[in-house]
Design a protein around this ligand. Structure first.
Ligand code: SAM
Length: 286
């Protein structure tokens, strides 16, 4: 964020394009060893968190991102029992994963314990008690090191990272994706936060090139999240299993069985999210 106008927070992610949120209150502004964290308030979006000047999540529209990052792979898989989250310090992904009663164990590897602590205090609606769920095991560590050293295997891995700058950069490398794949069970699914293709096309192309080399079924799906300005956001998808081919009827049955009451995700949206417009298809490697 810049201090251009004290009443507005302007994102600093791109050199030539930015969105601003009017700030009616600053609730927190401090730095951990790794990142500068702020919690601000906006009349439309509610409380929102920035890490190093980049909006990570807002109370108003976080449900779109968290539901689509979570329910798409878990319901596509159909039998996910063990889930790994890398990043995700605000707890929003953990909250959505734990809504699935069939999930027995969630491991969340977040590099910055400060993000977890301060989100619990200042953005409690994000985790909504997830950190107290006995099925959740929180590990404060670098996700890249974790996938390199763990001998555990997971049915679904969700990479809820920052953008590829700072500590999140390593989570966008081919080496990391390869090691994450090694941690999947047979038919397991990896999904990643992959930015807004209209503005961060190269990021998506690089991830897709790595996925093409690693997975039998690779690609991305889309969700429109107002906070991540510039068009729909891409979520990377990689698996050697049949998850993408689940029929709408099967998906609807799994959805009903799970008893979820999401605000964005529906089985129809799930299927449609994999339909890519031409400019996104053009970013896919040949
Ligand atoms: N939803 C946001 C977005 O789309 O930009 C990102 C969510 S934020 C919770 C991402 C989290 O990833 C941060 O808490 C950050 O500390 C964490 N993170 C960054 N690099 C990491 C790494 N190498 N290992 C584990 N967590 C990491």
């Amino acid at each position: 964020m810049t201090a251009k106008d004290k009443d507005w927070a302007t994102e600093t992610l791109h050199d030539d394009y930015a969105q601003s949120l009017k700030v009616t209150r600053t609730l927190y502004d401090s730095a951990t060893e790794l990142q500068r964290i702020k919690v601000l308030e906006n009349p439309r979006f509610g409380r929102f968190m920035t890490l190093d000047g980049v909006v990570q999540t807002t109370e108003g529209d976080e449900f779109i991102y968290h539901e689509m990052m979570t329910h798409v792979p878990i319901l596509a898989h159909g039998m996910a029992r063990n889930v790994l989250i890398i990043g995700g310090g605000d707890g929003g992904i953990a909250r959505e994963v734990l809504r699935h009663a069939a999930v027995e164990h969630v491991t969340m590897v977040e590099i910055d314990g400060g993000v977890v602590e301060f989100c619990k205090e200042h953005l409690p609606s994000l985790s909504a008690g997830a950190f107290d769920d006995p099925r959740l095991d929180l590990v404060i560590a670098d996700g890249a090191e974790f996938v390199d050293t763990t001998d555990r295997r997971f049915d679904v891995i969700i990479i809820d990272s920052t953008d590829p700058i700072g500590p999140g950069e390593v989570l966008f490398t081919e080496t990391f994706y390869g090691k994450a794949k090694r941690c999947l069970t047979e038919g397991g699914i990896l999904v990643t936060q992959n930015g807004v293709p209209f503005l961060q096309g190269e990021e998506l192309t690089n991830t897709m090139r790595a996925f093409r080399a690693l997975f039998a079924d690779w690609g991305c799906y889309l969700a429109t999240i107002p906070t991540y300005a510039g068009g729909p956001m891409a979520m990377g998808w990689g698996t050697d299993g049949p998850g993408r081919d689940v029929t709408l009827a099967e998906l609807s049955a799994r959805f009903a069985e799970a008893g979820l009451a999401p605000r964005y995700y529906t089985p129809e949206v799930h299927k449609a999210a994999f339909a890519l417009p031409g400019y996104v298809l053009a970013l896919m490697p040949d």
